[in-house]
Structures are given as C-alpha cells and as structure tokens.
Ligand binder design. Structure first.
Ligand code: ATP
Ligand code: MG
Ligand code: MG
Length: 377
C-alpha cells in the first residue's frame, strides 16, 4: 500500500492509476481540472496550475512517492516535489528530456547512435547546419514539441522562409533519416539500478502521430538484442528511474543487415506501449508502478503470438455531437476498446485506442484496422 502522486491528468496518468489501484495503492493526481482523464478516476486530486507552488506543496505533502506522465512540467515543480517524496523521474531527467539538444548530447555522449544534428537559432545558423548534416533535414523546436508540432522539413534553404523563428529560442536541425521502419523500446529501471525491457514495438505513424503499433517487430534477433541494449544504456546514461521509451529508426546498414538509430526518448509510459495491457504478462503501467515503488520488475514477455493497437483520434468523432458506433468495432472478434474519458473530441487529439491479440500479427493488425474503419462507415 501507500500513496503514489501523479503529476499530470492525461491518459497515461489514467492508465497508470488503474494499474496502481489494482495493486492496492492510493493515487493522488495533480492537474488543472476535474475533466482530465486521470482526475476522473483518482482517489484524490489537487487542482491547480502546475507552476503554483502552493498547489505543488499541497499535493506533494500527501505522497510517499511521486511520478509524472508528461514532460512539459516546470522543472521547479518537480524539484519542489523532490523535497517531499522520492520523485521519479527526477527534475534532472526531466530537464534533459524537455530539451532536444541536451537530450541528444547526453545520448551521443553515451556512445549511442543518433541522427547527426546541430543547434540552430536563425536562418544563418540553419545554413551552416545544412552543410554539416546535409539536405533535406528536419528542423525541430528544441522544447515543447509533440506529435510533430513545430517541425519543418527543409529541402532547400528557401524553405526556411516559412519558419516562425520568433516562436522559439533554440532549434535542432537533424539529418533526414531514410528509414524502413520505426520501433520503440520501453525499459523500466529501479532506483537500485535493476532494468527490464519490453519486446520491441513496431510503429506506423500518420501525419507524425502514432497510428498503429504491432508486436512482435519484424527485426532480426540480433538487432532486437541491440535495440534493447541501447535502451538500457540510455536509461542508465540519463539516470532514469521508472520507464524510459526510446523511439528508434530502423535502416539498412553498411554490412547488408539493419541498424537502429535513436530518434528521441520519453521518461514515462508511451503510446506505443499501450498494447502491453493485453499482450504481455506485465503492462507498461504495472511495470511503472513496480519501478517507482522499488518492487521486483514483472515479466515482460508476450502472452500471445501477435498484438496490435490502433489509436483513436478525435477525427473518428467527426461531428462532436455524435458518439462513434462502438458496437460496430466491438463486433470484430477479440477487439478491446479503451477510452480516456476526454470531454471534447478534436482532430488529432488522442481519445482512446483499440487493441487485439492473437496468434498471428498480420491477422490482429487487420482486425484493429477493420474495427477502427467501422467507426466511420
Ligand atoms: P512525439 O513526442 O509525439 O513522438 P515529436 O513532436 O517529438 O513527437 P518526433 O518523434 O521527433 O516528434 O518526430 C515525429 C515523427 O517524424 C517521427 O516518428 C518520424 O516519423 C518523423 N521524423 C522525425 N525526425 C526524423 C528524422 N530525423 N528523419 C526522418 N524522419 C523523422
Ligand atoms: Mg517527442
Ligand atoms: Mg516521437
């Protein structure tokens, strides 16, 4: 037992709270409004702006251990939490994960593969960066970006005319990687240094947003082993306690096989790990509870031959006054529905997901896609 504090009220906090509650913990959520997904199911909530230090204190006071579910939390808030209870990930980890430059430097310094990158502040430094990393490149804001927001593909330097340089002090120019597939590895790490990785997730993105995740990934055993080792090394280098998701590109290597390159990391449960709820002995959310509470880490092996997850974005709702025909999707054998309780459906907003597990990956991928398409037919 005991009380776990969760900073942030989104769906990751909600699914964490469900897992923690099942294991007998009380969960206190700190977020802005009672409408947020995690607030709806928490034992207790503290509502306030995340930078309001009185609210932070009122929250942290109640907790035996504190964790979080998104990166854009003021560093000072997490630093304050740390004065009251062990807080995982720490304010240091958060500061690194909030800043793509600091994150990439840390990963590179650990000897791990990342796409060549440069710090950019304006059109002139972009021109220098283009010589270093080549064109086309991807220009990303150093801070606050998610779901591809704030990213530009720069094919010729004239494309920089469309960049709103004033929106951000620092940017990262990254070499455009021509990858075959994208994968992610979720690794759990405890305060005493134990680690455990999940099987590698294979991810399809649409418009820079995760669309479908599949298990197992179509990767050779040796590349899978390499990807898991990279994730563990990254978790150690960043000194993460809790979960770290490492997003990777898979591309052909010089020796004719394949290699992985790190795209970015997230020190929390990850959208690509949602299918672990049905697909693995231990879900990513249970593993997060185990890791931050210092418990033995759970078995991450698959309990099925194949698994698939399809995101449900607000677009599925179309007209916000209508509810999608859930019964149509649930009529597909084996398909499970997860809804996050978000009050307003907006295009591109993550509202829920569908999961299916079975013996064969291709079959379950087809089922979640079919179930989702029935929602808009
Ligand atoms: P999120 O945090 O929601 O995953 P984000 O805004 O931080 O998104 P990234 O993960 O950096 O964005 O990029 C989003 C997607 O854009 C990647 O998953 C990949 O499909 C593509 N992308 C990003 N960087 C590169 C690159 N250097 N080369 C090729 N494709 C890229
Ligand atoms: Mg990101
Ligand atoms: Mg990403």
């Amino acid at each position: 037992g005991g009380t776990i504090g969760m900073v942030g009220g989104g769906q990751l906090g909600r699914m964490f709270a469900i897992a923690a509650t099942q294991m007998g913990y009380q969960v206190v959520v700190f977020c802005e409004t009672e409408q947020e997904p995690a607030a709806q199911i928490a034992h207790r909530c503290v509502f306030g702006r995340l930078n309001n230090m009185d609210a932070v204190e009122a929250f942290a006071n109640q907790c035996d251990v504190i964790t979080l579910e998104f990166e854009n939390i003021p560093e000072a808030t997490i630093a304050k939490c740390q004065q009251y209870a062990p807080t995982y990930p720490s304010s240091d980890v958060l500061a690194t994960a909030q800043d793509r430059l600091r994150e990439k430097n840390t990963i590179q310094d650990a000897g791990l593969p990342v796409a060549p990158f440069c710090r950019v502040v304006d059109a002139a430094t972009l021109a220098t960066a283009a010589e270093a990393v080549g064109l086309p490149l991807i220009l990303k804001t150093a801070r606050s970006g998610y779901d591809g927001k704030g990213q530009h593909r720069i094919t010729t330097l004239a494309d920089a005319d469309h960049v709103a340089w004033s929106m951000c002090d620092e940017w990262v120019a990254e070499q455009l990687i021509s990858f075959d597939r994208e994968v992610s590895v979720v690794v759990a790490r405890t305060a005493d240094g134990r680690t455990s990785t999940f099987p590698i997730f294979e991810n399809d993105h649409v418009n820079h947003i995760l669309d479908v995740t599949m298990l197992p990934a179509t990767l050779s055993d040796s590349v899978q082993k390499q990807a898991r080792e990279i994730a563990i090394t990254a978790a150690k280098a960043l000194d993460v306690v809790g979960l770290l998701c490492v997003e990777m590109f898979v591309r052909p290597s010089a020796d004719g096989s394949e290699e992985v390159i790190i795209n970015e990391v997230a020190p929390r449960p990850h959208n690509s790990g949602h299918l672990t709820i049905e697909a693995c002995h231990t879900s990513q959310f249970e593993q997060h509870v185990r890791a931050v509470c210092g418990l033995p880490l759970g078995n991450t092996e698959m309990i099925c031959g194949g698994a698939a997850m399809a995101n449900l974005l607000g677009d599925v709702w179309g007209d916000e006054t209508k509810t999608p025909p859930w019964d149509n999707a649930l009529a597909v054998d084996g398909v499970k529905l997860h809804l996050y309780g978000k009050v307003h459906a907006k295009p591109g907003r993550k509202m829920g997901h569908l999961t299916c597990v079975g013996n064969d990956r291709d079959a379950v991928v087809a089922k979640v896609r079919e179930a989702r398409s029935r929602l808009t037919r």
